[in-house]
Design a protein around this ligand. Sequence first.
Ligand SMILES: [Zn+2]
Length: 219
Amino acid sequence: MSLNTQEKIRCPGCGMLNDVTLWQSITVSDSEDLKKELLNANINILHCSECGAKALIPSPLLYHDEEKKLMFSFIPAQDQNQVLENFNSIKESSKRSGELEKLSGYNLRYISSYNTLLEKILIFDSGLDDRTIEVIKLMTVMQEPDKAQNRSALFGKKHSDGSIEIIIQDKSDGAVFTSRAPASTYDTIYTALRNSGVKTVSYGWEIIDRDYAVKILGA
Ligand SMILES: [Zn+2]
């Protein structure tokens, strides 16, 4: 079920109080329009009517796609300790409520950044596996190991020939560029993960990010 509340939220730029519809959960089958709004980064983002400033409202959002069996728990956090605390608390409350039994066959993701939330939706909408994409992102960044520390990677899109476009951002000089991994690379990594016992569904909440890929490639 998609749920929202009406809130008054102060603009961090000019202090003006704005009326905002704050979404707590979005169920895709309820409303494709809401999903589109989310992908356009218009959900839980304050657009100040006075000064035009845009700001993410730090509020949790549950994204549920019944057809694709996806549940993403988005709780914005930047600090790594806060991320772990949030992650542990959703795992605990899931255990207490017994909800995991109803979510068998699902992919469950805890997500702490808005960009990652949109990225995950796009990855699964493209019929791709996010574990494989994280490994490809890390491999792409590691092509220049001395620069890897300053670079972040995002899934761009899947091309019609099956190749995967990765967007690289370099924090040191602000450069943004794209890199493409052929479909065969995706297939090889996907198969290697399956053969090493990595499942395509979740048995609990998971964080699938760069650290996950580091562990997979290190093993
Ligand atoms: Zn403002």
